[in-house]
Write a protein that binds this ligand. Structure first.
Ligand SMILES: *Cc1c(COP(=O)(O)O)cnc(C)c1O
Length: 371
């Protein structure tokens, strides 16, 4: 059966093709120019490379098609997240961010927003709505959270945030627009790191912001243009190339993760496994309601940091690396970055290797651990 967004993924591949004239290149041209030919008065076209670039505009066009909303591209996920926050806060604002989400969002908020007079509060994703949202101008959610894979109920949260007069921003990196649609669930702004599954080949950093709110869109565009943090044309080209196979890769990765999560949960050397697709996962009922797929990230806890390292480094089909979403399966022991997780906690990013070949390698590495 097609995943809910799969028909769009087919049309996405032909978005540009259906506009071509005879002799136009089928592949996206790379516009590598800081200057544009501008004789006489400016009439509104491309003016300068910090404001306009045809390659990143096409990447935005494709992402906008997937998000069903206007999109701005940024040179990294953090650049998109900064744009979303700086577009929405002012001195005196109160914001709420997850205590267990991507750690750089917390560091950015504590390091730079707090000194501008923004009050920053944190809450765990699993109990994000507890305490309500009264008094918050901006609520920033991440679900499933990285790395703990905790979920929060986006429909319920967005209703409460809006009732309290706030704006909801959702980091959708772990799911991509194919796996979860926060704007449909009520979010005002979606941000994502396209460095992960959309790029998919671990060779480019990119990010985007999607919103149907024209004021936020304008502010986020000006933040990029005046702040100067713009995507490079070559990087935008690579991200666009990655997007063309996102549906194919994401489908394989999610299917494989569903199978691996079951087997990992049953393996005697593995302690707790978190995967939203497991029927026994505490977030499974919510995952079924709000996600189109269960994703390609699995967390598993082994007995110790040593066991976690031995598992990762002993498996020839796992890259020991931070970041996730690439064609190569990868894994890392998150405690090495100070995440609030058990020493033997491993975040596994399932890649596109054939499922039985990957499972054989993972099982062999687990079986080889000392009991
Ligand atoms: C990786 C990541 C980011 C940051 O993205 P970069 O492209 O590395 O800047 C933000 N949020 C989440 C959930 C991430 O996993």
């Amino acid at each position: 059966m097609d995943t809910p967004t799969a028909p769009k993924a087919g049309a996405m591949l032909h978005l540009r093709g259906n506009t071509l004239s005879e002799g136009d290149p089928v592949a996206l041209p790379l516009t590598q120019s800081s200057m544009y030919h501008l004789p006489g008065d400016w009439s509104g076209g491309p003016s300068y490379g910090r404001a306009d670039n045809a390659t990143w505009e096409h990447l935005e066009h494709v992402l906008a098609y997937l998000e069903d909303a206007p999109v701005l591209a940024y040179p990294s996920g953090m650049a998109a997240i900064s744009a979303s926050l700086f577009a929405c806060v002012k001195a005196g604002s109160r914001i709420l961010i997850p205590s267990d989400g991507y750690y750089v969002t917390r560091r950015l908020s504590e390091r730079f927003l707090a000194q501008l007079g923004v009050e920053v509060d944190q809450r765990p994703s699993a109990s994000f709505a507890e305490g309500g949202f009264a008094g918050y101008d901006v609520v920033f959610a991440e679900t499933p959270s990285n790395p703990g894979l905790e979920l929060c109920d986006l429909r319920a949260v967005s209703q409460e945030v809006h009732a309290a007069g706030g704006i909801l921003i959702v980091d959708n990196t772990t799911m991509t627009p194919l796996g979860q649609r926060p704007l449909e669930l009520g979010a005002d702004v979606v941000v994502a790191s396209d460095t992960k599954a959309p790029g998919g080949h671990s060779d480019v950093l990119m990010g985007h912001l999607a919103t149907r709110n024209p004021d936020i869109l304008q502010a986020a565009r000006e933040w990029r243009q005046f702040g100067g943090g713009i995507p490079g044309p070559q990087e935008a080209w690579l991200a666009h190339r990655g997007l063309e196979t996102l549906e194919l890769r994401f489908d394989r990765m999610c299917n494989t993760a569903e199978i691996l999560a079951e087997r990992l949960a049953a393996h005697p050397k593995v302690g707790e496994v978190r995967y939203p697709g497991l029927p026994q996962d505490p977030a499974h009922a919510l995952a079924k309601r709000q996600m189109a797929r269960f994703g390609f990230l699995i967390s598993l806890t082994l007995d110790s940091a040593e066991q976690a390292d031995a598992f990762i480094n002993g498996c020839p089909l796992l890259r020991a690396a931070t970041s996730f979403g690439g064609v190569h399966s990868s894994a890392e022991r998150r405690a090495r970055w100070g995440d609030d997780v058990a020493p033997g906690f491993v975040r596994l990013s399932v890649g596109t290797e054939p499922v039985e070949e990957l499972w054989s390698a993972i099982a062999a590495s687990l079986d080889a651990l000392d009991s």
